[in-house]
Ligand binder design. Structure first.
Ligand code: ADP
Ligand code: MG
Length: 593
């Protein structure tokens, strides 16, 4: 096996910085235009509001767009930033940037705390918690009069000086806000294509799969809330300086809804979309004012129409067009390390499961199952529908807690580890019901697998990319690297799952019915893929219904029926065992003949 060096232009084609120059130029242009804005008055105020709101909305891109967690409290975080700057400069005579730093830290800390609520709550319940947080903050701002000045708000908020440069003039300060906006946009845009951002998107698209790919799901959500709150605080801080007067009603529940609408309208997956949506929703009502009484109705209708016809927001449409133009990634990459190995069964037990039980109420899905997988073997787990096979894999990978029993992997007791730590120990899996990250491209899906903690390439973005491409080469899907994974056929999505698992260089891979739902040709191809894996000595535990496939690839077979092990041994012994024939094949073979 030659260790092919990567062709240099492979990386250039997939670099996260592609498209940056264009975006940066557009942003610089925005700032330049703003600098030409009038020094005070109505237009300046509109632009100031748009810029500072846009920052807060970009925060929502992180928590909602990337991580898929609903937050209806962004105005509260804006309020924390704004009040920090206001009270800090007015009552405590702090430097603007010092006050901003403190208030943003407080916002981030409370954001992390709110994220902790996502441990047990999701969807509607999480939304309720964020709303409550929002309401509590509003109440505090109104009622803690000695500290917050109460409903009257805070006046005469200072604008900053920076290194002796006066930033207090109207359009200079607007320039500062826009620069902050550009920096936040670029940072969040960059986040999307790095490890943390990919982890967030994986959590958004499929929490269970994210966990089994080595992602700390809870930690990732908490961090997303923290970053989002921090950015909201920055937006609020600049807002306070911009208007020099703030009051509690500017950071109420209604404002949180406005911020959410701005994000959804522009496209919550992208910071550019967020800026776009904010600009539109700040400026549109002003344009429509000439309509007098009916303007709110026209405005509302426009928003509804955009949301109905462009569900991914305005930027979602642009993104889709760009993806359609993306080409396959050309050039050679180093092959998977696995391919340098040759097979060979050993006596070493890699996965050792003892007395495993899983009860769902009265149903004993697993009832004291023992199973030992030896390194370098293909071990098949078969049995009729509902016999507990998937449950077995779910317990072994940590998605279910066992009712009883122990699981050892590589000699280590992993029974009580969370899924991501089992994956980090070298245990990968695929799912019977395909679980890919549907909002991400094929390449990004596989990169998530490659960058699991503990993999040799983890932490090196280029190496991760090359490893992912190598895994795609192995399953023959390189040509689809830039397509959204949901656009692939069922069979190819299964290959993406396998590539995702392989890219993490697992010691053992658990495949839950890899051939289910495939047509005859695809099944034959899947069989060949499994034989190639077996040839390189990967340890595999495979569940499948297709006895041809099992006969073709398995060394050992364990048979389950009603959650109990009814046979276990080398392939030919098990397949001729009369109990197995009766339970699994329905009737003895000789009778059929
Ligand atoms: P197999 O993969 O062998 O077809 P499963 O492991 O999916 O079977 O299911 C075994 C039994 O456990 C079935 O009776 C199924 O209905 C039940 N079961 C599986 N998962 C759950 C769950 N999350 N809650 C309740 N019952 C479950
Ligand atoms: Mg199953």
């Amino acid at each position: 096996m030659s260790t092919t060096a990567p062709t240099p232009h492979v990386l250039a084609q997939v670099s996260a910085w592609r498209g940056l120059p264009g975006a940066a130029i557009a942003m610089v242009a925005v700032v330049a235009v703003a600098m030409l804005a009038p020094d005070q008055g109505y237009i300046l105020n509109i632009l100031m509001q748009a810029a500072t709101y846009a920052i807060a909305v970009v925060g929502l891109v992180v928590v909602l767009g990337y991580c898929g967690q609903i937050s209806i409290a962004q105005a509260a975080f804006m309020g924390l930033g704004a009040y920090g700057v206001a009270l800090g400069t007015v009552d405590y005579h702090l430097n603007f940037f010092v006050a901003l730093g403190i208030s943003v830290s407080v916002a981030a800390a409370l954001g992390l705390l709110l994220g902790v609520a996502s441990l047990r709550l999701g969807g509607h319940y999480l939304a309720m918690v964020t709303i409550s947080f929002q309401q509590i903050l509003t109440l505090v701002l109104i009622n803690w009069i000695p500290f917050t000045h109460g409903p009257d708000g805070v006046r005469n908020i200072a604008r900053p000086m920076l290194f002796g440069i006066d930033l207090t003039r109207g359009n200079t300060y607007l320039g500062v806000c826009l620069c902050a906006m550009v920096l936040v946009v670029l940072a969040v845009w960059r986040l999307k294509t790095n490890r943390l951002g990919r982890a967030m998107q994986a959590v958004r698209d499929n929490e269970l799969a994210a966990g089994t790919c080595g992602i700390d799901v809870f930690g990732t959500k908490v961090v997303a809330f923290g970053i989002s709150a921090l950015i909201g605080g920055i937006g609020g801080g600049f807002f306070a300086g911009g208007f020099r007067y703030i009051s509690p009603d500017q950071f109420s529940f209604a404002e949180s809804i406005v911020l959410l609408t701005m994000a959804l309208l522009g496209g919550v997956q992208s910071p550019f979309g967020a800026v776009f949506g904010t600009g539109l929703l700040v400026i549109l009502p002003e344009w429509l004012r000439f309509l007098r009484q009916v303007y709110l109705a026209v405005y509302g209708a426009a928003v509804i129409l955009i949301m109905v016809f462009l569900p991914d927001g305005l930027w979602g449409f642009v993104d889709e067009q760009m993806r359609k133009r993306a080409r396959p990634v050309e050039g050679k990459v180093p092959p998977l390390p696995l391919l340098a190995q040759t097979g060979g069964e050993t006596d070493e037990v890699v996965l050792d499961v003892r007395g495993l039980a899983k009860h769902f109420g009265g149903l004993k899905a697993l009832d004291g199952v023992d199973l030992a997988v030896r390194r370098g073997t293909v071990h098949a787990l078969i049995g009729p529908n509902g016999s507990g096979k998937s449950t077995f894999i779910n317990v072994v990978t940590g998605l279910y807690t066992p009712t009883a029993g122990q699981i050892f992997f590589g000699g280590r007791d992993i029974t009580s580890l969370p899924p991501h730590q089992r994956n980090r120990a070298g245990l990968a899996r695929t799912f019977q019901n395909i679980r890919v990250f549907r909002g991400m491209t094929v390449l990004e899906n596989v990169m998530v697998g490659a960058e699991r903690v503990g993999n040799d390439v983890a932490g090196d973005a280029k190496a991760v990319m090359l490893r992912a491409l190598a895994a795609l080469d192995f399953v023959g899907l390189r040509k689809d690297a830039h397509r959204l994974v949901g656009q692939l056929s069922y069979g190819h999505q299964r290959y993406v799952e396998i590539a995702r698992a392989l890219a993490g260089s697992p010691q053992t891979i658990l495949l839950d019915e890899p051939a289910a739902g495939l047509n005859m040709t695809e099944k034959v191809e899947m069989g060949q893929l499994l034989l190639r894996l077996k040839g390189h000595g990967l340890t595999i535990l495979i569940i499948d219904h297709d006895m041809n496939l099992v006969e073709q690839v398995a060394d050992h077979i364990t048979v389950l029926n009603f959650g109990r092990r009814i046979a276990d041994g080398v392939k030919k012994d098990v397949l001729t065992n009369p109990d197995v024939i009766a339970a699994y094949l329905g009737e003895p073979r000789h009778e059929a003949a």
